[in-house]
Design a protein around this ligand. Structure first.
Ligand SMILES: [Mg+2]
Length: 732
């Protein structure tokens, strides 16, 4: 959960940063866009201002020209003013924008066209009027037209006056006559240009006059809406004397605001979508990872837990216990590994059923859980095998726990109105003293358990170095045996088998001997159990079979009389699925027909898995192999049970033959076995014949074959090859 939260915070942060970054970028883009917009507006306004200024300039210039035309006419007429009205009318018709035209002889206004409404101006002495005097004198002095104003008119309104001085009488010494003036109303001037339309469209307009002397600016016209400095542009209008400045602006704040809103809205939408996308992308892999982790944990739980008892299982021991042990070791902790199984569990399972068996195991698991501390660990290894790992390695603590386990297991157990009394023995090894390796600990505990069972039930035994020494020796022996098989230190000895009726050797039993480099001749009872324990029995068995075929082949090659060679077969070999194919391979390899080979199988071997045994024996039989039942009479089988098996020969155990002369029971049994076997068309061989008396009795019972020290003990190959087929001399 903590990791999940960390991850979510990271995803939120990432999305948040992305959102803020996009908003900042959006703001910047909006500002750039607005600046561009204002700039483009200013460019447009600039061109508008220039065009309007040019219009104004042209209108003014034209209007001013009217005064020059009038001045020229008066000069031509030598100061005659009779035609003034005609001239004025013509001029005003051809040049628009002029309010009235005036003539001021000697600087005093005497003629105005049209006069109506302008009567007040008649008599105005321009040369002496404070408002006009200066400009008028400048015009005379410079002999040039001047522009006056804008000025507030006596008769109302704002006007610009163009005033041209008139000189009469030649060019050089001409005499000042007066002024020709035109009055141009500002309103009319503006109406003639497009400025009014611009104002209607929302533009603000201002006109300033620039004083040439003082460089002062005075505003003489402005729109009702003030100039917006952001977009304001200006253009100069050049007049005969001085300049005006036209300033135009447009208030774009509403449009900028609206554009900003739109752009920011788009930015926010993009920001939100991007952040959301990033957030989803960021948390998706984690979600998947969490799913995988969850499933992995479930699978691990399934894989590492025994479903019946809920305890950790053998896989847990293999996979996770090494890590657990190294953690304990890292903390300088010692502990114990207890290994055990239930002494009589198999009989419960077999006789009462697996359901009850399972419930017994569940109850045992529960009792074990009650016997240990929370730092300890119980593992069900399979079947009725358990391991307990104790986190406290002190001997006292181990003893206490072991005693409690033994006592808890022994308590009466009731399942389905039945009562059970279980017992166990515990094998204990210590870590790290004995080993830190799980498999070794298990092996040491197993050795200790074996010892505990050997000494009697319901006790626990701690593994000791002596046991370890024994184990090492055992291990050495195992290795030595493997080496012996590999290096052909195992050889076959042969004990002759003969026909009792004709006193002739007809075969032999092949018996394995270990010619040990140090110990000399070692008999099978000293190494067969080792081979069985270490799992080398199959290899050893196949080795004996191969050697037997090899021997028969050499016998044929030497031209010796053919014999039937009996080989002893262990139970593991009988249950080996490869036995029949292997024997067939040997038959083919050595070119020895199957009927020269016999296998001796003990009753107990046969009865372990009768169905499988039957199948294997039939397979061998099909290859021509002779099947003999070894040690007959010592097991629980009856001749009836053997009826369905492909048995050719029954070998009466030496224990019956041994006391044949003295024990009437044995005599009766042997006689009966032989008689019944014959009824089943099965031959009988007696082993362990050591005396003439025994031989004679067996002959009397019509026993078919014999084997024993009376004729020969098991002998090496070369000796057996020299052994005379006729044994009559040996029986004298
Ligand atoms: Mg035998």
């Amino acid at each position: 959960m903590a990791r999940q939260r960390t991850y979510d915070i990271r995803a939120v942060l990432l999305s948040g940063i992305a959102f803020v970054a996009i908003c900042i970028a959006g703001g910047y883009v909006t500002k750039l866009s607005n600046d561009n917009f204002v700039q483009s507006q200013r460019i447009y306004l600039g061109s508008t201002a220039r065009s309007q200024a040019s219009d104004l300039e042209r209108s003014l210039s034209l209007a001013f020209t009217s005064t020059q035309i009038l001045a020229h006419q008066i000069e031509v007429d030598q100061g005659n003013t009779e035609l003034f009205e005609n001239y004025a009318e013509n001029i005003m018709d051809s040049i628009g924008g002029i309010e009235n035209i005036q003539l001021a002889p000697d600087g005093i206004i005497q003629f105005i066209y049209p006069l109506k409404g302008n009567e007040n101006a008649i008599g105005l002495d321009v040369l002496n009027h404070p408002r006009y005097r200066e400009a008028a004198q400048l015009a005379i002095r410079e002999k040039t037209m001047i522009a006056v104003g804008p000025v507030k008119l006596v008769q109302g309104g704002i006007a610009v006056i163009g005033r041209t001085p008139i000189f009469i009488g030649g060019t050089d010494n001409a005499k000042f006559w007066g002024f020709a003036s035109a009055l141009i109303l500002l309103d009319n001037l503006l109406a003639d240009t497009g400025i009014r339309e611009l104002e209607e469209e929302g533009y603000s307009v201002t006109l300033e006059r620039n004083h040439t002397d003082t460089s002062e600016k005075s505003v003489f016209y402005e729109s009702s809406t003030p100039i917006n400095p952001k977009t304001a542009v200006q253009s100069d209008i050049t007049l005969p004397t001085g300049t005006w400045t036209l300033i135009i602006s447009l208030d774009v704040s509403d449009r900028i605001e609206s554009r900003s809103h739109t752009l920011m809205l788009i930015t926010v939408v993009i920001g939100v979508l991007t952040s959301l996308f990033l957030f989803l992308i960021s948390i998706r892999p984690k979600q998947l990872e969490q799913e995988v982790q969850k499933k992995t944990k479930e699978l691990q739980k399934l894989a590492y837990n025994d479903p019946l008892t809920g305890l950790p299982n053998r896989r847990y021991l293999n996979d996770l216990l090494p890590q657990y042990l190294s953690e304990l070791q890292a903390n300088n902790q010692s502990g114990a590994f207890i290994y055990f199984d239930l002494d009589n569990f198999k009989s419960i399972n077999d006789s009462i059923g697996h359901d009850v068996g399972d419930r017994v195991l569940q109850e045992v698991a529960r009792r074990l859980t009650n016997s240990i501390d929370e730092n300890d660990l119980i593992i069900r290894l399979g079947g009725d095998e358990f391991a307990i790992i104790l986190g406290d390695g002190s001997i006292d603590s181990i003893e206490d726990t072991a005693k409690e386990i033994l006592s808890n297991i022994q308590k009466i157990l009731r399942i389905e109105h039945r009562e059970f009394k279980l017992s166990t023995s515990l094998g204990v090894s210590l870590f790290p003293q004995h080993s830190q390796n799980v498999l070794e600990l298990m092996r040491f505990s197993d050795v200790a358990l074996y010892e505990a069972k050997h000494r009697g039930k319901n006790q626990f035994i701690l593994f000791t170095d002596a046991m370890q020494k024994k184990l090492m020796e055992h291990h050495q022996e195992e290795l030595a045996l493997a080496k012996a098989i590999k290096n052909h230190q195992l050889v076959l000895y042969f004990q002759p088998q003969f026909d009792l009726e004709v006193s002739k050797v007809i075969g032999a039993e092949a018996l394995v001997r270990w010619i040990h480099p140090q110990k000399g001749l070692v008999f099978p009872d000293q190494f067969i159990p080792l081979a069985e324990q270490s799992g080398q029995i199959l290899e050893l068995g196949n080795y004996v079979i191969r050697k037997s075929f090899e021997y028969l082949r050499s016998r044929f090659d030497l031209g010796l009389p053919p014999i039937l060679l009996h080989i002893n077969l262990s139970s593991l070999q009988l249950s080996d699925l490869n036995l029949v194919p292997f024997v067939k391979e040997m038959i083919d390899l050595y070119k020895v027909p199957g009927h020269y080979i016999g296998f001796e199988i003990t009753e107990t071997t046969l009865l372990t898995d009768l169905e499988h045994a039957k199948k294997t024996l039939n397979g061998l039989k099909a290859l021509g192999i002779c099947i003999a039942i070894d040690d007959f009479g010592t097991g629980f089988s009856s001749l009836g049970q053997l009826k369905n098996l492909p048995v050719d020969l029954i070998k009466i155990d030496r224990s019956f033959v041994m006391d044949l002369e003295n024990d009437p029971d044995d005599k009766m049994i042997v006689e009966a076995i032989i008689a019944m076997a014959h009824k089943l068309d099965t031959q009988v061989i007696a082993e362990g014949i050591e005396s003439h008396g025994q031989l004679q009795m067996l002959r009397d019972f019509k026993c078919d074959l014999g084997q024993g020290y009376l004729i020969s003990r098991p002998i090496p190959e070369a000796e057996f090859n020299r052994f005379d087929e006729d044994i009559t001399p040996l029986l004298k």
